[in-house]
Design a protein. Structure first.
Length: 146
């Protein structure tokens, strides 16, 4: 993978990978708040990576998934620079007439075997997750990779 990031103005950068691009920025006064910050993009990537795992496994398990939302709550360190992630809590919200064991298995596999972004972040930050199906909490766990 090769990423090229080019400064635009203030603290806006455009990152390009192949034919894709995205902007990054920060809040005023230093930035213009035109786009997500680099840290926000990391968390968005985490949610996308684990979400792709779970959605793929639900299809493999022939589960009638109607909706899947991954929420990430992140606490940050305080004090001297750099400010980094302190804890990450993921909430997987699924809906549909789903087999709860299949849902738990899909999320567990993503958070212990498949999600490369989770695997990288879990080496540096405690990551926990909970699972909700049709608005009811049905499981929880911790991202732990061998």
């Amino acid at each position: 993978m090769k990423v090229i990031s080019r400064w635009q103005d203030k603290l806006v950068f455009e990152a390009r990978i192949d034919q894709h691009s995205t902007l990054m920025d920060t809040k005023p006064p230093l930035g213009s708040d035109k786009a997500m910050s680099p840290k926000q993009l990391v968390i968005a990537g985490l949610c996308g990576c684990t979400g792709m795992d779970v959605a793929s496994l639900m299809k493999k398990y022939k589960q009638p998934l109607e909706d899947l939302v991954i929420e990430a709550d992140v606490t940050m360190t305080e004090g001297p620079q750099p400010v980094i992630f302190k804890t990450i809590t993921l909430t997987f919200k699924l809906s549909g007439q789903l087999d709860l064991e299949k849902v738990r298995e899909a999320v567990r596999l993503s958070q212990t075997k498949y999600c490369g972004v989770s695997a990288m972040l879990a080496k540096a930050v405690p990551m926990n997750y909970s699972i909700e199906v049709n608005g009811e909490v049905v499981g929880s766990g911790k991202a732990e990779f061998a």
